[in-house]
Write a new protein. Structure first.
Length: 499
């Protein structure tokens, strides 16, 4: 078929893991990105990274350059007309692809280098050993101010942070208990099936050369708390949490078909982004209608598939965001997939627990792996779901090694998502009295001892209220049995009285 010369195509991908022995041989994030970018160029059959119109970097956490795109470009000898950085969130890599492809399709961009990296393992090691990292200055020496791609998004209500509820490791376990209760499954049976699901992810990571943990874990190992696998937030052990202690980078070279041909990149290497969507749930978790569903995933995923003229049953390869088991279950159910079936793999990499969770940049590794997978399976299509926040911000991409008859399409179902039901949050004083638990967790300290219970509760009038307790009676009681659906008393100070 005759291709529109403006059609966006991924021509090269690169991934890099650096297992430093200590601080002295560690690489800072910009140097990790250099490695990934050079690998992307080699993957495209090019001798070096070509001149690009734009260098776009996923927002970093382990080292805050004033202009990470310039830091990368200067190391590669590039002089792009634009450098840009994404907003924070695990949705960012796919959102960058969506934006980049739309700009290539409309002619405002011809070729771009996308990259991201984290050196959190080294950053943590430096803090632990009280060593000052002598990396590039963070401010004032990396060129001008980069363009910001995406919209900044406040993640927490003041009423949530005042109660100490602001970390993903607290929120995703609560989603888990809501999912479990909605499915009518006992805590023991549910723990078994999510550990079996996670073991399948671990098996994928074991065969992924770019995975951080390549030793497959059994379901029993994953769900059993112990010295190397402590309980963090009930029901999640350490192996069920995203592993951010990695030094990893990834890069993508995306351009128009016209530029790909001018560069002489073999068409056998081309992978086409077919469609992309971006959306978000109700901004604050306190306002979500339920913790057991993600309507924005339902709508955003369906829209991406519709724009690509396909269905989920026609998608051969899938990578769902996998920071915690609850995320996979929410995403899978929203897309019409069975998260507990072994018949249809839901990860290409092994997920954030095992392949590695480099903060916002995990999905760039997903996309790079998807490209390699589609090259090996000509004509197949793949789906990427990226997630940021507390299953809050979503980005979808449909990919194929075969071009579509339509131009790249990008859209959002946000207006429809915003119209979905939402709840009001009751303040601590008016919430005092009888309430019904809808989701809960128990956070554990670094020794594995329970230290704080957090419960999301519903009042008789449908409002949501938070209950928090450090009392041993509550934390230890919550460790046994099912508490979703149980009536408790919320105290005027926001505590939990089991009565």
């Amino acid at each position: 078929m005759s291709l529109d010369p403006r059609t966006p195509v991924i021509i090269g991908v690169g991934q890099y893991l650096h297992r430093a022995a200590g601080i002295d041989d560690a690489l800072e994030p910009a140097d990790l990105m250099v490695q990934a970018a050079q690998r992307a160029a080699a993957d495209a059959g090019l001798g070096s990274v070509p001149e690009v119109d734009s260098i776009r970097v996923v927002g970093l956490l382990s080292w805050r350059y004033s202009n990470p795109g310039e830091a990368l470009g200067s190391r590669l000898g590039l002089s792009p007309r634009q450098t840009a950085v994404s907003t924070m969130g695990g949705n960012s890599p796919q959102s960058l692809v969506n934006t980049t492809c739309a700009e290539i399709q409309n002619g405002s961009l011809d070729i771009a280098l996308l990259s991201g990296a984290e050196a959190w393992k080294t950053r943590t090691r430096a803090r632990t050993t009280e060593v000052e990292l002598k990396w590039s200055p963070k401010d004032g020496s990396n060129g001008g101010t980069p363009d910001l791609i995406g919209s900044e998004f406040t993640m927490n209500l003041e009423a949530e942070t005042e109660r100490g509820i602001y970390m993903p490791v607290q929120v995703y376990p609560m989603f888990e208990t809501a999912i479990r209760a909605a499915g009518g499954v006992s805590p023991e049976d549910h723990l078994q099936r999510i550990s079996e699901m996670w073991a399948r992810f671990s098996e994928v990571a074991a065969s992924n050369e770019y995975a951080w943990i390549r030793e497959a874990k059994t379901a029993t190992e994953i769900r059993t708390a112990g010295p190397t696998n402590r309980m963090i937030g009930l029901p999640y052990t350490k192996y069920m949490n995203s592993n951010n202690a990695v030094d990893m980078s990834a890069a993508l070279l995306i351009c128009s078909v016209e530029r790909a041909r001018a560069l002489g990149v073999s068409e056998d290497l081309w992978v086409f982004p077919i469609s992309g969507t971006d959306c978000h749930e109700h901004q604050f978790i306190s306002h979500r209608d339920t913790f057991s569903r993600t309507p924005a995933v339902e709508m955003g995923g369906k829209m991406a598939l519709d724009l690509a003229g396909t269905t989920i049953d026609e998608i051969a390869h899938i990578d769902l965001y996998s920071c915690f088991p609850s995320a996979v279950q929410l995403g899978a159910r929203s897309l019409g997939l069975d998260p507990y079936s072994s018949d249809r793999p839901l990860t290409l990499t092994g997920g954030l627990s095992f392949a590695g969770g480099p903060w916002n940049n995990y999905v760039m590794h997903s996309i790079a792996t998807m490209v390699a997978t589609l090259r090996a399976h000509p004509g197949d299509r793949g789906l990427i779901w990226a997630n940021g926040g507390y299953a809050t911000k979503h980005a979808f991409g449909i990919y194929s090694s075969a071009p579509s008859t339509d131009p790249f399409r990008k859209d959002s179902p946000q207006v429809a998502v915003d119209a979905m039901p939402q709840r009001e949050l009751a303040d601590v004083i008016t919430a005092a009295g009888t309430a019904t638990i809808e989701a809960y967790t128990v956070m554990h300290d670094r020794t594995g001892a329970p230290e704080r219970a957090i419960a999301s509760c519903l009042l008789a009038d449908g409002r949501r209220a938070w209950g928090v307790s450090d009392e041993a009676e509550v934390t230890e009681s919550f460790l046994e049995g099912e508490w979703v659906g149980t009536e408790v008393t919320l105290t005027p100070s926001g505590g939990i009285d089991l009565g």
